[in-house]
Ligand binder design. Structure first.
Ligand SMILES: [Fe+2]
Ligand SMILES: [Fe+2]
Length: 189
């Protein structure tokens, strides 16, 4: 499997978690009760799988090569596009964490900020992923030299093997299945 194919598979996992977050927010909105442990798990997945593990590979390998080798177009797409959006996602998450703490401390109005930032993050990341799948990865696959793509694949293989030793893929795949089981669409009926 190439690095791009692997990262597109990760996108599918991330989008599944975005749906979980949305349903958890709907439940919180309707029932006025928040499951702190589940929100902690969602944030853990977002920070360590979607950001550190997935965006980490993009930033260190594929996007780095695109910036170095694909001229102004590569720089525009990556630096002024994707990297800005990664940072924007991180802002949503830090605001979400602050809102959760505030709600825990008794500020009932922070419910609004929990839902706004969590749902804002899901919409933002969904759009980001669609852009990568349809434009950025396609452009990289077509324009980067063969030997560069091979280097990206090799670096990805090493990164994945190290992560596997630390149980990352396994941990977050189990967490996704567990939360999906709990947060199904039945709420929306
Ligand atoms: Fe990205
Ligand atoms: Fe991505």
């Amino acid at each position: 499997m190439t690095s791009i194919e692997l990262m597109m598979e990760e996108h599918v996992n991330i989008v599944r978690m975005l749906q979980v977050v949305r349903i958890a927010c709907t439940r919180f909105m309707n029932e006025n009760e928040i499951e702190y442990d589940d929100f902690s798990k969602m944030v853990d997945f977002i920070k360590n799988y979607a950001d550190l593990h997935h965006h980490g590979k993009e930033e260190k390998f594929l996007f780095k090569e695109m910036q170095e080798q694909l001229g102004q177009m590569g720089t525009n797409l990556v630096k002024h596009g994707m990297l800005v959006e990664h940072d924007w996602g991180r802002l949503f998450v830090s605001e979400l964490l602050a809102a959760i703490e505030s709600y825990k401390a008794g500020n009932s109005e922070a419910k609004l900020d929990i839902i706004a930032n969590a749902v804002g993050y899901t919409n933002h990341l969904q759009r980001h992923i669609i852009k990568e799948d349809a434009v950025v990865y396609v452009f990289a696959g077509q324009k980067l030299p063969e030997e560069t793509l091979k280097r990206v694949n090799d670096l990805t293989d090493v990164f994945e093997a190290e992560a596997r030793q630390n149980g990352i893929q396994d941990k977050y795949s189990k967490m996704l299945i567990e939360l999906e089981e709990k947060y199904k669409d039945m709420d929306e009926s």
